[in-house]
Design a protein around this ligand. Sequence first.
Ligand SMILES: Cc1ncc(COP(=O)(O)O)c(C=O)c1O
Length: 356
Amino acid sequence: MQITVTKNPNPGTMPPVDKLGFGAHFTDHMFVMDWQIDKGWYDARIVPFGPISLSPASNVFHYASEIFEGLKAYRTEDGTVQLFRPWDNIRRLNQSAERMGMPLVDEAFLLEAIKKLVALDQHWVPSAPGTSLYIRPNMFGTDPKLGVHGLHEAKLIVILSPVGSYYAEGMNPVKIMLETEDVRAVRGGTGFTKCGGNYAASLRAGNRAAEMGYSQVLWLDGVERKYIEEVGAMNVMFKIAGKVVTPALTGSILPGITRRSCIELMQSWGMPVEERLLSIDELLGAIENGTLEEAWGTGTAAVISPIGLLNYKGSEYVVNGGEIGPMAQKLYDELTGIQWGRNADPFGWTCKLPKE
Ligand SMILES: Cc1ncc(COP(=O)(O)O)c(C=O)c1O
């Protein structure tokens, strides 16, 4: 399939770096393609970024057929733009699509489309330390017909947003609230997918935690409410008695690409990593007997987010004296070094775009 390009006749300008924030500004172009059940994907195009028109009956508005991805392009010191493990995001998009009964994409084709779009708008990739271009593919059902039924029509769009440094004021340990009332996902559900519904259902708990001064929610499993799962938009890792423990991918947790990268890095450093069930009782026990050394979240936005304090049922538990631990710092330095091209990339995780 060919990708047609319609250039934006009114290109925008990049806001000052201290005004970028996250997800509020968009580049000049977007990638769009459509799908129909009897036609497959068609009309792949790069067009000016702007509003789209949809029937109010569209499936996505009523039955939430929607999935998305989040990855970044980074500008290296020599001006090259590179992506980080984009093929893993595209594979995960297909895993989400499969679970949601949505159409699969040709992974090589979508990677080429993303590269072409980012290459066209590459002057929008900021160069200040810690800044990047966030890439947001999403797919949604567009059947203009009410009634719960399999999809006949869908649309896939990729938009690009220059984003500021997550740690503009330096890396700071966060306060996390363990959620004991709402659940995010159950095995057999959609927890392992990046579907909008997972996030919609998590907002209430997130709001409650924010009102109490906590930055994110830590979810427990939806059945026994006993096992640690993941944070709102991050996977989670704990260093307990010299080993790193992270919840196993049991089907209700998003298989994070930063999580996988951290595991591969730590294994290459000889650090034991256990992917297994971790109960809240085991975690509180480790805090009480002093064997919990560090805790941190992993995700594309923050890369590594050290956890300085956990609240469980009203009691606060300080982790590592509320300080950034050495393993969190080492992972952050190494991963960001690879992403921004300061460090060698022995795993072949980066994908350079041709220079403008
Ligand atoms: C629920 C959830 N878990 C984990 C992650 C981390 O995934 P990744 O490292 O691929 O960004 C994210 C962010 O994308 C998320 O939304």
